[in-house]
Ligand binder design. Structure first.
Ligand SMILES: [Zn+2]
Length: 348
């Protein structure tokens, strides 16, 4: 199987160039890849007006750069992101990404950039040439969704919570500035946010042939568009960022809603959970305990500060700071969480 690789450079900074992989829905021979290349590059470039395309070639699957995937149950694979804030060193590869293989393939979060999505696509193609039929977005955050366009080009349907499109649209302008600043412009080259083809407001079983995924939209917690995905055959539960381990949790939804979700273990109890960040394959109790402790402290200390008549800025300077141990990127994320918690709880 062969894949079209084109060199693309930023129009605004022509010295910044990277190879981009342009996938197709079906497998290609080398001859078919070469025959269609010019037309496909022109189509792709029309959607990427910030880039200039240059040389291209067709490359065999075995020669593609690819992400590492670990099989954690039959047909369930995970790429473990770096459990740390986005930086030029990690290029935005911080979220845990899932792949479920049935008669077709589903991706659970395509990663934080075009390049990461391509690396995940290449990793899948090294294992199977089955079609990638679905991409499921666990929630709106860029480190989880920005690789989606690769899979849209490969023919996948992109599925998300009903509230995801409005959340992405509200924040897209800010992210367009902030994410390249954090990850580096080269790491984000060619990255475009794409919206879901279909959204859910109620649970749904997704049939992949020999695998079934139960998609469960969740009330506002980490964000207002969280979705969990249970692989019914193995009991593996992908929680997205409803569970963080190692990387400091970021509150972008509802603190009380998040604690409420954590207080009601899923039915049926998963065999293991795959958190959005941190070690994969943890039991529910062990995986959620540090997060519960942190969010409980955040809520308790915020309520105490409000009762004591503190202003938001005073509260934000100390709330949660005794919880720093064991969390990456703590000070900056906790300060934002303290403000979000104050705004939410001052009206209780
Ligand atoms: Zn998130």
């Amino acid at each position: 199987m062969f894949h079209l690789i084109v060199t693309a450079c930023l129009l605004a900074d022509p010295a910044l160039c990277a190879d981009r992989l342009l996938p197709t829905p079906g497998p290609l021979s080398e001859a078919a890849c070469i025959a269609g290349a010019e037309r496909r590059i022109a189509d792709w470039a029309a959607r990427h007006a910030d880039l200039v395309t240059g040389d291209w070639h067709c490359r065999a699957t075995a020669d593609l750069p690819h992400l590492a995937l670990a099989e954690i149950a039959p047909g369930v694979l995970v790429h473990a992101g770096h459990p740390e804030p986005v930086s030029p060193a990690n290029g935005g590869d911080i979220a845990n990404l899932g792949v479920v293989i049935g008669d077709t393939v589903a991706v659970i979060d395509p990663g934080g950039s075009r390049a990461i999505g391509e690396g995940l696509y290449a990793a899948i193609r090294r294992i199977t040439d089955k079609p990638v039929s679905h991409v499921i977005l666990t929630h709106m955050h860029p480190d989880h969704i920005y690789g989606a366009e690769v899979f849209a080009e490969a023919g996948a349907e992109i599925v998300a919570h009903r509230n995801l499109p409005s959340g992405v649209e509200r924040r897209a302008g800010v992210w367009a500035e902030s994410i390249p600043r954090q990850a580096g412009a080269l790491a984000m080259l060619g990255t475009r946010a794409v919206l879901p083809d279909r959204t859910l407001a109620a649970p749904e079983d997704m049939d992949l042939g020999s695998a079934t995924l139960r998609l469960q939209p969740v009330a506002t917690a980490h964000t207002d568009n969280d979705l969990t995905i249970l692989h019914l055959e193995s009991g593996v539960l992908f929680t997205g960022d409803l569970v963080f381990a190692g990387l400091t949790p970021s509150l972008d939804g509802s603190l009380t809603g998040w604690l409420d979700w954590l207080g009601h273990p899923p039915e049926p109890m998963p065999s293991v959970i795959i958190p959005g960040h941190g070690p994969v394959r943890m039991p529910w109790d062990q995986g959620t305990a540090p997060l519960r402790a942190y969010l409980t402290a955040l809520a308790d200390q915020t309520r105490a500060a409000i009762r004591a008549g503190e202003a938001m800025s005073e509260a934000a300077a100390h709330v949660g700071t005794d919880q720093r141990d064991g969390w990456q990127g703590f000070d900056e994320i906790n300060a934002r969480n303290a403000i979000a918690a104050f705004k939410e709880l001052e009206w209780e």
